[in-house]
Design a protein around this ligand. Structure first.
Ligand code: F0G
Length: 458
């Protein structure tokens, strides 16, 4: 007998209570935060879908591993457990722990990049882009055109446009393209997967032009699950085998263990090139720590080592991907447009379609995110022109390709009734989306402005 309902493949072992802030409390919080949801106290939020990064629940085995953490400065047992887990999965010879993904990015880019060079990717995540731009190199997004049409159905919208990549490699050559990346799944493009076939294509082009290829591997397990479900010929393989093939096609990776490491903190940089790894370690020691801890405690290394084993569990991934699709299907059934198909870690509401009365300069997705918090205490994250708008020389702004509100699911944290509640809030707000007014930016820093900008309602 097989039943339809896909259940959470765990039972709850310890709980944290949720606060239920009143409408007045939420309004006061919004005003204090300058209408920036990053400025809220987490206790002012009912369901927190700001990010799936470091916000998940760890397993009893991870907590047990933490108690057994070896906090030796150099050569801790926990480092070797961590290194074994990373190598078992990725096959890379060199494993460099970092305090989170962006530290791995910074170390890799500052070691490899010169001003004027460029790094192609399907879509750079904001920290990746910023860490490239701060070296005065260019972060190039070369995702397939299908990936920019939110309503279009395509199994691998995270794929790289191979023809565009080849043009860049041909025109600029190895001297100006010291590195190619692919983000799995493509977070900024909607949590969409990249096919093995496409990764093979990127890998072959990089080999032909002699350019190293790195994965931004934060959500490698979710990507491998989609490959198993969607790519012809992959259904019989295990997710772990697929993930291993993904890593084998690249020369290295940056990783935030706060996602598919199932940990609350941590990351790594891994690669095959021993000489490059040595240069990266030199920088690591300067700012992160000794190469066997890289800014992490021994107990963090234990949590990641165990998390990397648990994340390729297929019952977990089936439930994980299904719970995201469940929210998308519920709100779609009520006519709310979302990026299609739903991503691995998040549902992306289509702010451009829902608030078509507002131009990008009024930040429709930010207005939608604020309305969700105001109405039901649900915190999502704008992924639109606040995050990715580009200043133009004339003082204006080039808008982002899409205006999305990401509702990202912390791993193993919320139950189906939490998701039902979120659906209700989304549907209620969507029904009066036309009444929402836009925003203007009152103040913003020069980089990564979405974290600290303040807004005013028009
Ligand atoms: N790359 C991708 C694709 C990411 O999604 C993130 C983080 C990073 C790199 C950086 O990792 O946070 O450990 O430094 N994404 C989080 C998010 C913050 O909410 O999507 P980090």
């Amino acid at each position: 007998m097989s039943f339809r309902t896909i259940i959470e493949p765990f039972r709850i072992h310890s709980v944290q209570s949720l606060r239920m802030p009143s409408e007045e409390e939420r309004e006061a919080a919004l005003q204090r935060a300058g209408l920036n949801l990053f400025g809220l106290h987490a206790e002012e939020v009912v369901i927190d879908l700001l990010t799936d990064s470091g916000t998940g629940a760890m397993s009893a085995k991870q907590w047990a591993g933490m108690l057994d953490g070896d906090e030796s400065y150099a050569g801790a047992r926990s480092f070797y457990r961590f290194q074994d887990a990373v190598q078992d999965l990725t096959g890379y010879a060199e494993v460099i722990p970092t305090h989170q993904g962006r530290a791995a990015e910074r170390i890799l880019f500052q070691t490899l990049l010169q001003p004027g060079q460029c790094v192609p990717n399907n879509t750079h995540f904001d920290t990746t882009r910023a860490n490239i731009e701060v070296t005065r190199a260019e972060a190039l997004d070369l995702g397939i055109a299908e990936g920019r049409d939110p309503a279009l159905l395509h199994p691998f919208k995270g794929n790289v446009d191979l023809a565009a990549l080849e043009r860049v490699l041909e025109q600029r050559g190895r001297a100006r393209v010291p590195l190619v990346m692919t983000t799995v799944t493509n977070n900024s493009g909607g949590g969409q997967p990249v096919s093995l076939e496409n990764l093979r294509g990127v890998s072959a082009l990089c080999k032909r032009y002699g350019v190293p290829f790195f994965l931004d591997a934060c959500r490698f397990a979710e990507n491998a699950w989609f490959v198993k479900q969607r790519e012809p010929g992959q259904a019989q393989r295990s997710v772990k085998e697929i993930a291993q093939e993904m890593f084998s096609l690249a020369d290295g990776c940056t990783m935030s263990a706060k996602k598919d490491g199932l940990a609350n903190m941590g990351g790594f940089l891994a690669m095959n090139d021993g000489e490059l790894a040595q240069r990266c370690r030199n920088l690591l020691i300067l700012t992160e720590g000794f190469p066997t801890y890289g800014g992490l405690a021994g107990y963090d290394l234990e949590a990641i080592a165990q998390g990397l084993k648990e994340v390729v569990d297929e019952d977990y991934l089936r439930y994980r991907i299904r719970s995201v699709a469940y929210l998308a299907e519920k709100v779609n059934a009520a006519g709310v447009p979302t990026l299609q198909p739903p991503g691995g870690h998040a549902v992306y509401l289509d702010g451009k379609a829902l608030l078509s009365h507002l131009p990008p300069s009024r930040y429709p997705a930010q207005a939608l995110a604020i309305a969700l918090y105001r109405s039901g205490g649900v915190r999502g994250c704008e992924i639109g022109s606040v995050m990715f708008g580009k200043a133009l020389p004339d003082g204006g702004e080039q808008p982002a390709a899409m205006e999305l509100v990401r509702l990202a699911f912390p791993r193993r944290t919320y139950t189906q009734s939490h998701v039902d509640y979120v659906a209700e809030v989304v549907i209620e707000v969507a029904a009066r989306a036309r009444e929402l007014r836009g925003l203007r930016i009152a103040s913003a820093p020069p980089w990564l402005r979405h974290f600290t900008a303040r807004f005013e309602e028009l």
